[in-house]
Design a protein around this ligand. Structure first.
Ligand code: CUA
Length: 319
């Protein structure tokens, strides 16, 4: 869409994701509307100043009694433009905030002052993320300390990374290359250097990169070990005979609570149940689970989460 211009002269970053063009189109529309009306106002100020200048001391202008047509015109036109901007913006917002179901999931933990990223297959990266082209990538993100923000200008995506909860963002890279990753929320002394790069690679090259990594355990496998080591499996037995509910096939479903409420079993709920088990008790079970606050790190929580999610689709018997 943009002619090739030298990097230094480029007004906006490269477009390297499926949504980049759409975001830029909306941005250009906003700029165009702003420039058009600013220009129109300046022009009219000038024209009217000349045309209606006072020509003699005695000159009195004719009284104005208003015009319904004119009032309606300058009400309806801005309303129409406002609605176009709203609908267009809302549509794009939905596109950007809803990852496709088939997206590959990468976990991100932000901390002062670095990004820790982990692939589902276990590869860890710091301040660097390798991704395949033409495949949606969903980031599930949290922070160990303060609020950070994950920003990749070339992909036109940015999302806050907040301690105590999971946020997510997704993108699909369309062009091989290296792109800047920034932290765009002031997070302390070294905020400015909290960044890195995203490396978008051809799928075959990405597979090679994955295979070349140090043979790390996959996230669900590491999570399963942890699930045993922390003794979670003594109560949360997969056959449902334990003192806690079986967690097989629970992710993505809903659960009824003792309070009568129904909640969705998502990342944030699972996280809360591990760190603050008494907050939401599943109906039919006693509130006996101890907290694991301070016993598991953010990285380990991510592993447990990946394990619990994997129980959804691995074909194990439903409880
Ligand atoms: Cu992290 Cu700014």
């Amino acid at each position: 869409m943009w002619p090739q211009v030298p990097q230094a002269l480029r007004l906006i970053p490269e477009q390297a994701s499926t949504v980049a063009g759409q975001v830029d189109a909306l941005f250009l529309f906003l700029v165009a509307v702003t420039v058009f009306f600013s220009g129109l106002i300046f022009l009219l100020v000038l024209v009217f100043a000349i045309k209606y200048r006072r020509r003699s001391e005695a000159e009195r202008p004719k009284a104005i009694h208003g015009s319904l047509l004119l009032e309606a015109f300058w009400t309806v036109v801005p309303l129409g433009i406002g609605l176009v901007i709203f609908v267009w913006g809302a549509y794009l917002y939905f596109v950007i905030s809803r990852p496709p179901a088939a997206a590959m999931e990468v976990y991100v933990v932000g901390k002062q002052w670095m990004w820790k990223l982990q692939h589902p297959t276990g590869q860890r990266e710091i301040n660097e993320l390798h991704i395949p082209l033409h495949r949606p990538v969903k980031l599930t993100m949290t922070s160990e300390d303060v609020i950070h923000s994950f920003y990749v200008p070339a992909f036109r995506v940015k999302a806050d990374v907040v301690p105590g909860k999971y946020t997510s963002v997704w993108f699909e890279a369309t062009k091989a290359g290296e792109y800047h990753l920034f932290c765009s929320e002031y997070c302390g002394t070294s905020h400015a250097v909290m960044g890195g790069r995203i490396v978008a690679m051809e799928p075959a090259e990405y597979e090679r990169w994955l295979a070349g990594g140090v043979g790390e355990e996959s996230l669900p496998a590491a999570g399963e070990k942890l699930f045993g080591r922390l003794g979670c499996n003594t109560c949360h037995r997969s056959d449902g005979s334990g003192r806690g509910p079986s967690l097989v096939g629970k992710f993505g479903r809903t659960e009824k609570l003792t309070s009568g409420e129904t909640i969705a079993v998502d990342e944030s709920y699972l996280r809360e149940s591990i760190l603050n088990p008494q907050a939401k008790i599943v109906a039919g079970y006693p509130p006996i689970m101890p907290t694991f606050k301070g016993l598991v790190t953010e990285d380990q929580l991510v592993q447990i989460l990946a394990y619990l999610k994997s129980l959804k689709t691995d074909g194990q018997a439903k409880p």
